[in-house]
Design a protein around this ligand. Structure first.
Ligand code: PLP
Length: 308
């Protein structure tokens, strides 16, 4: 069985599948750092049992992809810090100190060598009543499962999230678009996908409009251009990767816009990808058991735009 922390060298065949991705010949060393303290042992106990991030999922986080080199590239760090700030504001948490978070992130990425890639996570919790918020950064290898999906694509099922397409318009307490620590619904959806023989999910409204994946933005190519779901009233997370792809696509002369679409619209599209920071872009091979058209000619460009 493949575990989430296991890494696979690029180009190797594993379970009969070619693992595409950057070389990970030297294993990425897991690292942990605490805001205000710096790096600690990767498996150190850094959170109090009373921390409200643990007990209530009360806090926010960011995950980004780091490409090793001199210096390592922390992809779209500024956009992630912007969203981190927006999330903290929505949760009435103190605004993250950008300089301190940048220094912490750079500190634990320093040793990442050429050809390596890793997932960097920044976490801010409400902490404990006495001590206040907790800030953490972790660096981990990219899961082999994710590296494999870049080569194979993913089968996706749609699951109803139960909220109307404009449910978040006047309801900020629902925390739409906020990257909170409360991802139990998202991981439950992924387990439901596995039960249905798929690898990922697209959430929909009860009326069948497409929203987002549990950890990714939906991006499709239709009517001669790239399309995605609008953030805002839909409550979806505004993706940093989708934003980078749209910037790259527009610079290359492709139309790119936001639109509300239904599941049948996606079946009729020329291609559908799930895009997110660490994974980049993965092709969706089927939706609810029906094979989807694909544009493998576009995927390398989409991936290059993801890295921006
Ligand atoms: N939507 C959700 C719910 C997510 O959790 C994520 C990323 O984890 C995304 C979209 C994609 O966002 P990004 O491209 O910034 O990683």
């Amino acid at each position: 069985m493949t575990t989430r922390e296991e890494t696979v060298p690029a180009g190797r065949v594993r379970d009969g599948r070619v693992q595409e991705g950057r070389g990970q010949e030297a294993a990425v060393r897991p690292r942990t750092a605490v805001l205000g303290t710096g790096e600690v042992a990767w498996d150190a106990a850094v959170v109090s049992a009373d921390d409200l991030g643990l007990g209530r999922g009360d806090g926010c986080f960011e995950t980004l992809r780091v490409l090793g080199g001199t210096p390592p590239r922390l992809l779209h760090l500024a956009a992630h810090l912007d969203r981190f700030e927006r999330s903290a504001r929505a949760l009435d948490l103190p605004a993250p100190d950008r300089a301190a978070w940048t220094a912490l992130a750079e500190e634990i990425c320093t040793d990442l060598g050429e050809g390596q890639e890793a997932a960097l996570r920044l976490l801010l919790t409400r902490g404990t009543a006495g001590a206040g918020p907790t800030g953490l950064a972790t660096l981990r290898p990219v899961a082999a499962e994710i590296v494999g999906q870049r080569a194979t694509g993913v089968a996706v099922v749609t699951l109803d999230r139960g909220t109307a397409v404009d449910a978040h318009r006047a309801a900020p307490w629902l925390l739409g678009g906020v990257k909170t620590l409360s991802y139990a619904v998202n991981t439950a959806a992924l387990r439901e996908a596995a039960r249905r023989g798929a690898q990922d999910v697209l959430f929909t409204t009860p009326a069948g409009e497409v929203l987002e994946g549990p950890t990714a933005t939906a991006l499709w190519f239709a009517d001669g251009g790239f399309r995605t779901v609008p953030a805002g009233a839909t409550g979806i997370l505004a993706g940093t990767t989708q934003r980078a792809v749209f910037a790259g696509a527009r610079a290359a002369g492709h139309p790119a816009d936001e639109r509300v679409a239904t599941v049948p619209d996606l079946h009729r599209a020329d291609a559908l990808w799930l895009v997110s920071s660490v994974r980049g872009a993965v092709e969706v091979t089927s939706l609810d058991g029906r094979a989807l058209p694909r544009r493998p000619d576009l995927t390398p460009s989409v991936r290059a735009w993801c890295e921006g």
